[in-house]
Design a protein around this ligand. Structure first.
Ligand code: 0A1
Ligand code: ZN
Length: 854
């Protein structure tokens, strides 16, 4: 799968070049002799040439390995070492490959392969990390059973599957389920467990453990409950049962991503599993529940059925995100989950789809696969499954998915396999639908309407802007959920899913007594950008009357956006009707507090910048910031009389609980406190800070105080209280920047990079500081260019240690073409500086090159 490009250019891999590996791997035995700087890995692997494959090349991936010895059927061999692995002459019949290699876990700062985190050994093998552990065909379509022996003094030694034997200084594990190497895991260290058990639907008892560093054992209970709920839900909703005697989760402080679904041994970034009321916010609790579910659900969608190659990544990720969203909707509030997911999609995926990094849900080429763990693969991948379900209906969705599990259990599959089960189960032709997988870019959907003699017609036109490598797009199948409201606000036509297949298409509704108000794209039934000429009066009408909670929120969101745009472009005052609508909703106790909090949360400043850009204006980040401030200040003043009562009414008393209702109430309460702080100089926030017995309220109060520049004492107190807790300190670091004024954000961030507790070696800490800087829209894009400069300097420094996290963070620059020529020039300078750095990693090179090519 290699390009014939010049030697210096990074290789490009293509989907069209897929060829199967020439050998079966019948079994794998690994022995690890652990030592921080010189771990020995002994492998013993049974290979057999595949029938029909004439003299296939025996190539094993391997990187950063020192080969000590190799043998075939017990006889020493001298393989030919290449940059990415080795080749060797092997017999034309089944044989045993043995190798011993040495690796350096302590020197592994890239956190890929076997590495050390706080004295503990752990692994990360997805996507291509196993090749840093031993020589192996490190590709997801090579599946085998694994036996693992770990030798070392660490009290706890874990691997995949079931434990088989252990003694002083050693432990052995066997995973009976064939798996690709990316699901391999090993953990060894001084760990303590939070144990529990789960009885599966067929009555099997499964031992459950969450393993943590001593001192963290009090932060496991919530994760354990989430795990048991996930196991039960997957049985109830998808009929999927767990398949080993034991399920282990380990919390690791240094981790590039959120978590990893290794078979039977999930490894988690500690921020995604450790939870306690004192140290975690409501948002943390919700995220932990979702990620535990996500990793657990991978056991069937990812592990039992895996991907044939990395181009198919969305096969496991899109589906698993879709499943975890269903789970969260069932556990909490479905509308709130949907609204939150759409906010997230628009904040992270739409900019990706509309910029230089745009790629199809199933990409057809890559240089570094680690750069493709994107919002497009994950979140748009999940949207595509949601559309499929909407098109075929719930029953046929269930039939098709059951067929998928029956037909493909134990296999490494493709998107074609996935779509075929839907075709076979429903008789539908999905060839046009497949364009959602092959075409990048977010479709724009223009809507126009006509009402004549009781017949209402909606006409839709779809078009997708060009994306890198794809100038022209064909029309896609778009499920458009529509309902109609009568002039008095009653629903006159319940939700109907219109199936759009043409570039331009009309749909009619007959027998209407009056011109209706349409509620289009209910539940956000497709990931598109809706364009419709409408009035604020109609938006306010939908905000008040729509039966679809998503579209009610959407109407409020559109009002907010229009109000901001008018403030920025025309210097208008905050829109009076919108302010009025907001006040009504805020005071309406019959509405779910979480919903009210969502309506109250304004579109992000980056979102407003995107809207301005789409309307032909270069956004001015400072003006957008000022408009947000003015709007909030005006709202606070108008609500002045009712804020204290609203604050009191939404204050949650009693013992802390992270349930959906309490979280929603605290969210609303926090937003009210921030308005109140604008009026009372921080008195209420200071009281809340003193009284808080949980992190949600402590953090919310501190955020308000810092924003009002009244929080120095509390910030110091917070630091003193929590300096020993890495995860809470991440919050402290991020908050210093998030609450800074635009002109000081970069210098605050620069000072923090000099702080004793700042380190490039911990991805969470790096993200806390650099992520907060990139997330401070007006600060990052300040005209001085100081934000750009600081981020670039830190990316260059981090790249030497951790290419993966560096490359991901480069995406902060992906929207650069939105801004004016001066800012673009400043960003270009920084991107070129990064690109010109000697020895820059392949990961970061690919990202900056793609961004610069915009
Ligand atoms: N598969 C994991 C996420 C993950 C992906 C890549 C990683 O290293 C490159 C690590 C984790 C998930 O979806 O949760
Ligand atoms: Zn996943």
């Amino acid at each position: 799968m290699k390009d014939a490009a010049p030697e210096t250019a990074p290789e490009t891999f293509y989907l069209k070049d897929y060829t199967p590996f020439g050998f079966e791997v019948q079994s794998v035995e690994l022995t690890f002799r652990l030592a921080p700087k010189a771990t020995r890995v002994l492998s013993r692997i049974h290979f057999a040439p595949k029938p029909g494959a004439a003299n296939p090349e025996f190539f094993l991936h391997g990187e950063q390995l020192t080969l000590i010895s190799a043998a075939v059927d017990g006889a020493p061999v001298t393989p030919t070492l290449t940059e990415g692995g080795l080749t060797c002459d092997v017999p034309d019949r089944p044989f045993v490959w043995e190798a011993e290699v040495e690796i350096d876990p302590q020197g592994n700062t890239a956190l890929e392969g076997l590495y050390m985190s706080n004295g503990m050994y752990c692994t990360q093998c997805e996507a291509e990390g196993f090749r840093k552990i031993t020589y192996y065909p490190d590709r997801p379509d090579v599946m085998s059973t694994f036996r693992v022996r770990i030798e070392g003094d660490e009290p706890v030694k874990l691997s995949n599957g079931n434990p088989t034997a252990s003694g002083a200084g050693w432990a052995e594990w066997h995973d009976p389920w064939p798996k690709p190497a990316y699901l391999f895991a090993l953990v060894a260290g001084d760990l303590v467990n939070h144990p529990d058990s789960f009885t599966t639907m067929s009555g099997k008892e499964v031992e459950l453990n969450i393993w943590v560093r001593p001192g963290d054992e009090g932060k496991c209970a919530f994760g354990m409950e989430a795990l048991k709920k996930s196991m039960k839900w997957d049985e109830d909703v998808y009929g999927r049962e767990y398949d080993l005697d034991i399920f282990n989760i380990v919390a690791v402080d240094d981790f590039n991503m959120g978590a990893m679904e290794n078979k039977g041994l999930n490894i988690f970034n500690s921020s995604c599993v450790l939870a306690s009321p004192e140290t975690s916010t409501d948002a943390n609790f919700e995220r932990i529940e979702a990620i535990i579910a996500h990793e657990y659900f991978h056991n069937w969608t990812g592990n039992r059925i895996t991907c044939r190659d990395w181009f198919q990544l969305c096969l496991k990720e899109g589906l698993t995100v879709f499943r975890d969203a269903q789970f969260t909707a069932d556990m909490r509030s479905a509308p709130v989950k949907r609204i939150s997911d759409v906010i997230d999609l628009r904040a992270r995926q739409f900019p990706e789809d509309g910029g230089p990094l745009a790629h199809p849900v199933r990409p057809e080429q890559f240089q570094e696969i680690n750069n493709f763990y994107t919002a497009t693969i994950y979140e748009k991948g999940a949207e595509v499954i949601g559309m499929l379900k909407r098109l075929v209906g719930d029953e046929d969705y269930a039939k098709a998915v059951t067929l998928y599990f029956d037909r493909h259990d134990g296999q490494a599959c493709t998107i074609e396999d996935w779509l075929k089960v839907f075709e076979d189960a429903t008789g539908r032709d999905l060839s046009q639908f497949k364009r959602w997988y092959s075409q990048a870019g977010t479709p724009h959907l223009k809507v126009s309407e006509d009402y004549t003699d009781g017949t209402y017609t909606l006409t839709f036109e779809q078009s997708t802007p060009p994306t890198p490598g794809q100038p022209d797009k064909d029309p896609r199948v778009i499920p458009i959920a529509v309902g109609l409201l009568g002039p008095n606000g009653d629903e006159v036509c319940a939700t109907r899913v219109l199936e759009m297949t043409e570039a331009k298409q009309s749909f009619t509704f007959d027998g209407l007594a009056a011109k209706p108000v349409p509620s289009v794209l209910r539940e956000f039934s497709a990931p598109v950008i809706l364009e419709r000429d409408t009035s604020n009066a109609e938006r306010a009408f939908l905000l008040a009357h729509d039966t679809d909670p998503f579209n009610r929120w959407e109407a409020g969101n559109a009002l907010a956006r229009e109000a901001r745009v008018a403030m920025v472009l025309e210097g208008a005052a905050p829109d009076a009707d919108y302010l009025d609508a907001l006040q009504k909703l805020l005071r309406d106790d019959s509405q779910d507090p979480a919903f009210r909090a969502l309506v109250l949360s304004p579109p992000s400043q980056s979102d407003i910048a995107q809207t301005l850009f789409e309307r032909g204006h270069a956004p001015d980040p400072q003006k957008i910031f000022d408009a947000a401030e003015t709007f909030a200040q005006t709202l606070a003043q108008q609500l002045a009389d009712s804020l204290p009562r609203l604050y009191a009414d939404t204050t949650v008393s009693g013992a802390y609980s992270p349930d959906a209702i309490s979280c929603g109430k605290r969210d609303l309460n926090g937003r009210i406190l921030s308005l109140l702080t604008r009026l009372d100089g921080g008195q209420q926030a200071a009281r809340q800070y003193e009284d808080a017995d949980n992190m949600t309220q402590q953090y919310a109060a501190l955020a308000c105080l810092l924003k009002a520049e009244k929080g120095d004492a509390q910030s110091q107190a917070f630091f003193d209280q929590w300096k020993g807790d890495r995860l809470v300190m991440d919050k402290w670091f991020a908050l210093q920047i998030a609450s800074a004024a635009p002109e000081t954000a970069a210098s605050v961030a620069r000072d923090l990079t000099q702080h004793d507790l700042f380190t490039l070696k911990n991805p969470n800490r790096f993200r806390a500081v650099m992520g907060a800087l990139a997330g401070h829209h007006a600060g990052f894009h300040h005209a001085s260019g100081a934000g750009y400069r600081l981020l670039a300097e830190n990316l260059i420094a981090l790249d030497k240690l951790n290419p993966q996290t560096t490359a991901r963070m480069c995406a902060a620059f992906q929207t650069w073409k939105r801004y004016d020529a001066d800012r673009q020039a400043l960003i270009r300078t920084e991107l070129e500086r990064i690109a010109g750095t000697e020895g820059l990693s392949r990961d970061t090179t690919e990202m900056v090159t793609r961004i610069l090519d915009a």
